[in-house]
Design a protein. Structure first.
Lengths: 276, 63
């Protein structure tokens, strides 16, 4: 089993899983979706009652319920560094909360304004500022204010989607598009170029040529009109993956961690079978 | 009400894109091109942005 990387940007990746099985491909997909540990805000404390700023009294009232604001804060991507933080259950503080397992943010704004995710200030290390600073959290009018303390911890998305690091994870059988070489220069066959919705074919000096087989969606529209000259097949041993991340981890990290988790769990299975 | 932080279906962050989308479309750009340009290629995320009714400004004074 091999992985050939096609694209690996900070927040977007695609690769080919080679010489594998559909079960393995799906295991990798599901691990990437639901098992990658990631930081997200899990506890939010609101100041209730009047908030005094520069001698003016503001009310701790907002147009959204506190629960909705807490939920919105939870969904904001928080940078995740496995070197600095460990899951709370494995931390030296035994789950009480300490600087080794939690990030504290403070959010202090007075209206009128739009409260943005970038207004959350990490207590301590300023590298831990949230990744996306322009997410609107709530809007305040004159006389309204918020004073919030939020705590981020590591979790996994099988417990809540706010801990989901990779999304839009999908794969397809690697398309194999073949053209009968004897028929490739038939002018009638060139109709295939316009029929294909994914622009897989091109006309090169009058010959039908495959230029972008990976874009093929296996719809077989080309097969249907080509009278057997074009063949499309999905290869069930090679898989084309694409996925995004929310910025809390890079695309590369997500793939590395997922591969590590599968190896670890598969290793555990071998041991258990051994013990039987 | 207010733009959701993430796409309901896939989980991509859409909240931060909405103000920019509104601004660019307001300046006369074509909505489809703006969405392509901002990297929203799945239709689940695109519908989050194009179908949003931003009413929070009207609710806010009643808070
Ligand atoms: Zn701790
Ligand atoms: Zn989406």
């Amino acid at each position: 089993m091999d992985i050939e990387i096609l694209e690996m940007a900070e927040r977007k990746g695609s690769f080919i899983l080679k010489d594998s099985t559909p079960a393995m491909a799906n295991a990798l997909r599901r691990t990437m979706l639901s098992d990658i540990p990631k930081m997200a805000i899990d506890k939010v404390e609101f100041h209730l009652g009047p908030i005094m700023v520069d001698g003016k009294e503001y009310e701790s009232v907002t147009p959204l319920f506190d629960e909705i604001i807490a939920h919105r804060l939870g969904m904001v991507p928080v940078p995740t560094d496995y070197e600095l933080f460990s899951p709370q259950s494995e931390c030296v503080c035994e789950g009480e909360g300490c600087p080794n397992c939690t990030i504290m943010y403070s959010l202090n704004k007075i209206g009128p304004c739009t409260v943005l995710s970038g207004d959350m200030i990490p207590l301590g290390n300023s590298d831990l500022k949230v990744k996306d600073e322009d997410i609107p959290i709530v809007e305040l009018t004159d006389g309204q204010a918020v004073l919030i303390y939020a705590t981020a911890v590591i979790g996994r998305s099988r417990d809540h989607v706010k801990w989901q690091a990779a999304f839009g994870v999908g794969y397809k059988y690697l398309p194999k598009v073949g053209i009968d070489p004897d028929a490739a220069d038939d002018p009638e066959l060139l109709e295939v170029i316009d029929v294909c919705p994914r622009k897989v074919f091109e006309d090169k000096d009058g010959r039908l040529t495959v230029v972008n087989a990976n874009a093929c969606s296996l719809c077989r529209a080309c097969e249907r009109i080509s009278r057997g000259a074009v063949t499309v097949e999905g290869d069930d041993r090679n898989f084309l993956f694409t996925y995004d991340t929310d910025g809390s981890l890079t695309a590369r990290q997500v793939l590395d961690v997922a591969a590590g988790i599968i190896a670890e769990e598969a290793g555990g299975l071998a041991e258990q079978i051994e013990a039987l | 009400m207010i733009i959701p932080v993430r796409c309901f279906t896939c989980g991509k962050v859409v909240g931060s894109a909405y103000p920019e989308y509104v601004k660019r479309v307001g300046m006369g750009e074509e909505p489809a091109k703006v969405l392509d340009d901002m990297g929203f290629d799945r239709y689940c995320c695109r519908r989050m942005i194009i179908s949003h009714a931003d009413l929070i400004g009207e609710i806010a004074p009643l808070g």
